[in-house]
Design a protein around this ligand. Structure first.
Ligand SMILES: Nc1ncnc2c1ncn2[C@@H]1O[C@H](COP(=O)(O)OP(=O)(O)OP(=O)(O)O)[C@@H](O)[C@H]1O
Length: 286
């Protein structure tokens, strides 16, 4: 384990922002801390990177952990160029190889705007530069607080692809926070946090399989016969259309196979992270 948090707790006055969190981050893994606004993600991140001390509990690092952090708001100077910003930052670390800025700039595709002022870049370009800055001292664990917030959907997906590439190519351990449920699919491990508490953990697929039910809607030419044949009770029956809530696609397939001759059309929708979140917390993602 590269990093472990035990019973991590942070209170602000009477408000409990993080409430007894237990996290385990394996070397080389990609972890997403997922939750709505105010869930306690940034507070958790600040505790994990040692920026704040927990009210209770502890953070334990494995040997040789070297941390890189991409904060929610950039630490770079808007008036300086990308290259100048990175050079200045590189000089602040000891033992940074002279060609490091050139190396990360190429790795992250910054060369076409390396001479442009940071303040004039697009949101996605800025985020790439912020990530490059955090990689200058060769971290083996990279923390990113909401790296995709405010970006359009294509740019968000490009940032995730970039991070996955870094994870694989550089054996980087990645820990990020996000409130976009659909993004969690790409992580190896997801911690769903709500009101400072852990409500679920596992891969997005496992969380969905456990908490999000799929929906199968059948249109039939014989409602009575179909109801007789299917052992699962429909959740809705409207005219010649029946809706079933099913745990997975296999059960849907069994129903379809058993009723094939009675069905005119069907629709299947797998459970989403939104459904899982709703089932876990009783509320829609805010
Ligand atoms: N320094 C502080 N003083 C008082 N309350 C705080 C402080 N920092 C955070 N909080 C509160 O703790 C809770 C968790 O905040 P946090 O910023 O960790 O949430 P978050 O999940 O990162 O939200 P977002 O997605 O909006 O960034 C919120 O209710 C917030 O108001």
């Amino acid at each position: 384990m590269l990093l472990e948090a035990k019973q991590l707790t942070q209170t602000f006055g009477s408000h409990v922002a993080v409430n007894g969190l237990n996290l385990q981050i394996a070397r080389g893994s990609f972890t997403a801390l997922l939750g709505p606004n105010g869930a306690g993600k940034s507070t958790t991140m600040n505790l994990l990177i040692g920026l704040t001390q927990p009210t209770a509990g502890q953070v334990i690092y494995g040997d040789e952990a070297r941390i890189g952090v991409v904060f929610q708001s950039s630490v770079l100077d808007e008036r300086l160029t990308v290259g100048e910003n990175l050079q200045i930052r590189a000089r602040q670390y000891r033992h940074v190889a002279p060609n490091k800025v050139a190396e990360v700039s190429t790795e992250l595709g910054l060369n076409e705007f390396i001479h442009q002022r940071y303040g004039t870049l697009s949101g996605g370009q800025k985020r790439r530069v912020d990530i490059a800055r955090a990689l200058l001292n060769d971290p083996n664990i990279l923390f990113l607080d909401e790296p995709t917030t405010g970006l359009d959907i294509q740019t968000r997906s490009a940032i995730w692809k970039l991070l996955q590439r870094l994870q694989q190519a550089c054996q980087l351990t990645i820990v990020l926070t996000t409130h976009y449920l659909d993004e969690a699919d790409a992580a190896d491990n997801v911690y769903v946090i709500d009101q400072g508490k852990l409500v679920a953990t596992g891969t997005a697929t496992a969380i969905k399989a456990r908490y999000a039910k799929a929906v199968l809607q059948l249109t039939t030419r014989d409602v009575e016969q179909l109801r007789e044949r299917v052992t699962v009770r429909p959740t809705q029956c409207r005219g010649n259309q029946l809706t079933f809530t099913v745990p997975n696609s296999q059960v849907a397939l069994d129903i379809l196979t058993a009723t094939r001759d009675l069905i005119t059309t069907f629709e299947f929708r797998p459970g989403t992270m939104d459904d899982a979140f709703l089932a876990l917390t009783g509320k829609e993602m805010r």
